[in-house]
Design a protein. Structure first.
Length: 274
């Protein structure tokens, strides 16, 4: 952020202070141009490991590397002046031990300028969250459907129904008690999400968890209609940029083949008129 700017980029404490107040607005971003578009409207911008599927064509988030997250984090940071930037810790970068998590979280924050990291997991990650927070690394937790655990969860299923409800409540309490400044609730029944939001002191950010959460997050390419390979139930498309881009490319190709582009207004004369 420019030293002469009159605005102050949000910090984790600002997000905590929004608990129970105006809903927190969060979108993902992976590039500088998109970061500049979403920054004036968002409180949080997440450099999500969803980048692997959205921009790199991977079948899941499991193939995302630290190097990818650093590169995209640096790009997003160049486009932000207002929103807090949170960066995902990729699969395999934090699960082994709190020490491993700290080493990799420190790299992500130091090399990208992110204000916080996000990691997946509830009760079993509480020790790691506490370890990071005690060492100056703010943590956004993520429970419910955790995409990095898709193989053990048996797919992208709703979490917290029936007897599983108690586990999600315990997960939420554990990450809050461990010091996370907020928690993503993904693909959780609305009633359960409302209960968790009421019972814990940190903000909940929902994705497929209902409007009762303290905030909402979507993948920006989903809500803009840029990523169209599939559409989860919880996604609302606020734009159709993919269709618009397809039409624009089609029009371009047609004009090139018809030799109507470039036209006279797009070319340079052999001599400059005096």
């Amino acid at each position: 952020m420019s030293a002469s700017s009159n605005t102050r980029q949000k910090m984790p404490a600002d997000i905590v202070a929004m608990k129970g107040g105006a809903p927190i607005v969060c979108l993902t971003a992976y590039t500088t141009p998109i970061a500049k578009v979403v920054d004036p409207h968002c409180d949080l911008v997440l450099v999500g490991d969803s980048v692997g599927m959205v921009l790199h064509g991977l079948p899941s988030t499991l193939g995302v590397t630290m190097e990818m997250m650093v590169m995209h984090g640096q790009a997003v940071a160049r486009g932000l002046q207002n929103a807090l930037m949170v960066i995902d810790m990729p699969f395999g970068s934090y699960e082994e031990s709190p020490q491993q998590a700290f080493a990799n979280a420190a790299i992500l924050m130091a090399e990208t300028g992110a204000g916080a990291v996000k990691l997946e997991g509830g009760q079993h990650m509480a020790e790691t969250i506490a370890f990071l927070v005690a060492r100056g690394i703010p943590v956004m937790a993520h429970i419910g459907l955790t995409p990095q655990s898709v193989n053990t969860l048996g797919g992208y299923k709703v979490q917290g129904r029936g007897e599983d409800r108690a586990r999600l409540i315990a997960d939420a309490r554990a990450v809050a008690d461990a010091g996370a400044f907020s928690v993503v609730l993904e693909k959780v029944p609305q009633g359960l999400a409302d209960q968790i939001t009421a019972e814990i002191d940190i903000p909940t950010v929902g994705i497929g968890a209902g409007a009762g959460c303290d905030g909402q997050v979507l993948v920006v390419d989903d809500m803009l209609g840029l990523f169209t390979e599939f559409k989860p139930k919880f996604v609302k498309r606020f734009g159709a940029l993919g269709e618009a881009a397809d039409q624009a490319v089609s029009d371009y190709a047609a004009e090139v083949r018809a030799r109507s582009f470039p036209g006279p207004e797009h070319v340079f004369a052999d001599e400059v008129k005096k």
